[in-house]
Design a protein around this ligand. Structure first.
Ligand SMILES: C[S@@+](CC[C@H](N)C(=O)[O-])C[C@H]1O[C@@H](n2cnc3c(N)ncnc32)[C@H](O)[C@@H]1O
Length: 288
């Protein structure tokens, strides 16, 4: 066997480490601009609370962790087109507005008030910001859920293979299975073949059942369809899936899971984020 003189694990190719350093510098600059914003350039407290944060410091901390991670994982360049599904009040739109240079950010949500706030306040430095309101038959994050209503969520404004990186944070945890499936198959259509997407979910597993037993939290989650658990109403609506069901949903939609990390929402070990996170790619992925 040949003698190894240097470790392949320690030596990244020069180009890729330089590209990573450059990206990191641009990420830090974008985030510094966000922390320097005046209070009226950040969402009002009622919006920050509605997406689950207690106030501005927590909102900005979560913003910077997710933003840096996604830009590095997705190798997002400033001229890329990114999609934020369930963009809310622009937690990630704000740093992308600073980061993009010639690129496009597209945020989609059903929450008109938050979209209006984003349109009026989140301005790109030198990219394009687009906020789209998704029409809905039963807006169950604001009203009582009617399981028989057909929402048929789509991304018809977007072209086939238009998106270089997509993310959906705390969206699939709030959607019924049928509605998630509509978005997931649209996602498979609009992602470039060499792109990936970052999605959060609630995986119902042994950590979850142990957490319910220990804490009594989420006892309300009941299995409404095989492998699919729902609880609560309105903005508290909770959707979780067994790993098997979630994997099948992803694969039936034309996507494939390439990364999974547990979240601390149900006391899972080693968690970085609140929810379980997934990296997915389109079936037929090819690196150009
Ligand atoms: C917990 S918030 C997260 C917001 C944002 N992703 C973030 O991380 O700051 C969930 C978001 O999903 C949005 N949402 C709910 N149903 C949706 C749907 N069918 N299509 C798009 N967005 C939806 C809500 O309006 C809300 O903005």
């Amino acid at each position: 066997m040949g003698k190894l003189t240097s470790s392949a694990f320690l030596h990244a190719p020069r180009d890729s480490s330089h590209a990573m350093e450059d990206r990191l510098k641009r990420v830090r600059t974008a985030l510094a601009s966000c922390t320097g914003l005046d209070r009226n350039q950040l969402p009002p407290d009622n919006m920050i609370n509605r997406i689950g944060y207690s106030g501005v410091p927590q909102f900005l901390a979560a913003q910077s962790i997710h933003f840096e991670e996604m830009v590095q994982r997705g190798r997002i360049e400033p001229d890329e087109t990114v999609l934020d599904l369930g963009c809310g009040c622009g937690r990630l739109a704000t740093p992308f507005a600073q980061y993009l240079d010639g690129g496009t950010y597209i945020g989609i949500d059903v929450w008109r008030e938050a979209l209006d706030w984003c349109r009026g306040t989140v301005k790109a430095r030198s990219g394009t910001m687009r906020f789209i309101e998704r029409e809905t038959v039963n807006k169950y994050s604001f009203e009582i859920r009617k399981p028989i209503s057909r929402n048929s969520y789509h991304l018809s404004e977007l072209q086939h293979e238009q998106i270089g990186f997509a993310f959906a944070i705390s969206l699939f945890t709030q959607l019924q299975q049928r509605d998630s499936l509509s978005y997931l198959s649209e996602l498979a259509r609009v992602l470039k073949r060499n792109a990936c997407a970052y999605l959060t979910a609630h995986v119902i597993d042994d950590f979850f059942f142990d957490y319910v037993r220990r804490t009594g939290r989420h006892r309300a989650a009941t299995q409404e369809e095989p492998g699919c658990y729902y609880a609560y109403e309105g903005q508290e609506f909770f959707a979780g899936y067994t790993y098997r069901t979630w994997t099948r949903m992803i694969e039936d939609s034309g996507l494939r899971i390439v990364g999974y990390e547990p979240g601390h929402w149900a006391g899972k070990p080693g968690a970085l984020h609140h929810q379980d996170t997934f990296l997915v790619i389109p079936l037929g992925y090819r690196k150009e």
